[in-house]
Design a protein around this ligand. Structure first.
Ligand SMILES: *Cc1c(COP(=O)(O)O)cnc(C)c1O
Length: 432
C-alpha cells in the first residue's frame, strides 16, 4: 500500500489516556474501530462535510455522527437557534413551546404520528414503544429481524442463530434469559418465517428497521413491509417501524412514503430529529399513545425529555430540510453511489452499492444482499484495507463493513467528486 503522510500521534496519545478512563477507550463500542482494526482518531471539530482530527488531518465525513447531521457539521442556522435558546436557559423540566413546535413539524411530515413522546435516545424510544405494544396487546413476545438494531434495551439484545427462528438467546451477558426468550428473531425479508411465527406465537409487536442500516444498507424486498402490515392485521400484533436511522433520511416523509403507504402502529424516531443533540421520540395514533402516562397507565418518563436545546436543534434542522433540500441530498447520494459502482467496475472489484435518500451503503460482494447472512458474505478483509486507505487520503467511511453511510446538504457535487477521486486511489492502494 502506498504510504501517504498522515500523522496521528496526538490522536494516539489521547486514545492511550482514554483507555484508562473509558472501557475500550470509548463511550460507544463502534468508535473503538473493532470492525476495521487500528487506532481511532480523535476529532477536534467539524464544518460542513468535513471533520478534522486533533492532528490536523481533514476528512470528508460520510458517517455524520452516525446519521443525525443531515445538514452537515455546525450548520449556521442550527448554531444560531442553539445559541438563542441556550441564552434563555438549557433545561426546565416544565412544558415548553419548542417541544410542541417540533411535534407539530414531525406530524406535518409524518401524519401517522398524531402523538409522540420525546425521549433522549433511540434506545429509550424503542424500549418504550415495545412497552406500549406489550401493554396494548397484553402479549409478551416480540419479533425482530437478524441484523436490525433497536438500541441496547434488554429485549433487543438478542440474536438468533441461523435457521428459520430460534428462541432468543441473549446476545450479551447481563440480559436475563427469561426476558431474551420473549424476543424471536428471523432473517430480514423472510416473510414466510414471519407468518409462521406470528400464527403460532401471539406477538405484541413486529419490530423492523424499514431499511436496515445497522448491518450495512439492506433495503426490504418489494412487498416485504406491506407483508408485515398484513401479518400484523391478521394476528393482532403491532407493527413497529424503528425509524431512528431512516426517519427524514430515506424519503421526505420517512418509511411510510418510501413504502408507498404502509402505516405502522408505532414509530421510533431519533438521530435527525435532534440535529446532533440527544433526542429521540416514539409515537403513533392518538388512541395508541393515550396509553402512555399520565394519559394512560404505561409508565415512561425523562428528566431531560423535550429539552429545549435539543428541541431547538431538531426544529432548525427540519426547517432547513425542505423537500427540495432533501431531493438535492438524494441526488448527490446517487452521484456517490454511481461513482462507487464505476470505480469498482473499472478496478474489477465485486461491489454492491445502493441508497435511499441520503442513506447509502456498499458491500464488497456481488451477490444480492437480502439479509444479514448475505451481508456476511462480503469481503471484510478488503473493506478494512479500503477503509484505512480512504482514511489516509482524507475520507472517513463508517469503521465497519456492516454500517450504513450518510450524506448531508453540505455534500455538494464538488465534495462528492473529490471524495470519489480519493476513494478511487484508496481502492487502488487496497488492491495493490
Ligand atoms: C441508532 C439507532 C438506535 C439507537 O439509538 P441511540 O440514540 O443510539 O440509543 C435504535 N434504532 C436504530 C434503527 C438506530 O439506528
Amino acid at each position: 500500500m502506498t504510504a501517504v503522510p498522515h500523522d496521528t500521534s496526538r490522536s494516539q496519545e489521547l486514545m492511550a489516556r482514554a483507555r484508562q478512563r473509558f472501557p475500550g477507550g470509548v463511550n460507544s463500542p463502534v468508535r473503538a474501530f473493532g470492525g476495521v482494526g487500528g487506532e481511532p482518531f480523535v476529532v477536534a471539530r467539524g464544518d460542513g462535510p468535513y471533520i478534522w482530527d486533533v492532528d490536523g488531518n481533514r476528512y470528508v465525513d460520510f458517517v455524520l455522527s452516525w446519521g443525525p447531521l443531515v445538514l452537515g457539521h455546525a450548520p449556521p442556522a442550527v448554531l444560531a437557534a442553539l445559541a438563542e435558546t441556550a441564552a434563555r436557559g438549557t433545561s426546565f423540566g416544565i412544558p415548553c413551546a419548542l417541544e410542541l413546535d417540533l411535534a407539530e413539524v414531525i406530524a406535518a411530515r409524518m401524519p401517522h404520528l398524531e402523538m409522540v413522546r420525546f425521549v433522549s435516545s433511540g434506545t429509550e424510544a424503542a424500549m418504550s414503544a415495545v412497552r406500549v405494544a406489550r401493554a396494548a396487546t397484553g402479549r409478551d413476545h416480540i419479533l425482530k429481524f437478524e441484523g436490525c438494531y433497536h438500541g441496547h434495551a434488554d429485549s433487543f439484545l438478542v440474536k438468533a442463530g441461523s435457521g428459520v427462528a430460534t428462541l432468543g438467546l441473549p446476545n450479551s451477558p447481563g440480559v436475563p434469559a427469561a426476558l431474551a426468550e420473549k424476543t424471536l428473531t428471523v432473517a430480514f425479508n423472510d416473510l414466510d418465517a414471519v407468518r409462521t411465527i406470528a400464527r403460532t406465537t401471539p406477538l405484541a409487536a413486529i419490530c423492523v428497521e424499514p431499511i436496515i442500516g445497522n448491518s450495512g444498507f439492506i433495503p426490504p424486498a418489494p412487498g416485504f413491509l406491506a407483508g408485515l402490515r398484513a401479518v400484523c392485521d391478521e394476528t393482532g400484533a403491532m407493527l413497529l417501524f424503528d425509524e431512528v436511522m431512516t426517519g427524514f433520511r430515506i424519503a421526505f416523509g420517512g418509511a411510510v412514503e418510501y413504502s408507498g403507504g404502509v402505516r405502522p402502529d408505532l414509530t421510533c424516531l431519533g438521530k435527525v430529529i435532534g440535529g446532533g443533540l440527544p433526542v429521540a421520540a416514539y409515537g403513533g395514533s392518538r388512541a395508541v399513545m393515550q396509553q402512555v402516562a399520565p394519559a394512560g397507565r404505561v409508565y415512561q418518563a425523562g428528566t431531560l425529555s423535550g429539552n429545549p436545546l435539543a428541541m431547538a436543534g431538531g426544529l432548525a434542522t427540519l426547517a432547513a430540510l425542505t423537500r427540495p433540500v432533501h431531493d438535492a441530498i438524494t441526488a448527490q447520494t446517487g452521484r456517490l453511489v454511481a461513482g462507487l459502482r464505476e470505480i469498482a467496475a473499472r478496478r474489477g472489484v465485486p461491489l454492491l452499492a445502493d441508497h435511499a435518500g441520503s442513506m447509502w451503503g456498499f458491500f464488497l460482494h456481488d451477490g444480492p444482499v437480502r439479509s444479514f447472512d448475505d451481508a456476511k458474505q462480503s469481503d471484510v478483509a478488503l473493506f478494512r484495507k479500503v477503509f484505512h486507505a480512504a482514511r489516509e487520503r482524507g475520507v472517513y467511511l463508517a469503521p465497519s463493513a456492516f454500517e450504513a453511510g450518510f450524506t448531508s446538504a453540505a455534500h455538494t457535487a464538488p465534495v462528492i467528486d473529490d471524495a470519489l477521486d480519493r476513494l478511487d486511489q484508496a481502492f487502488a492502494a487496497a488492491l495493490a
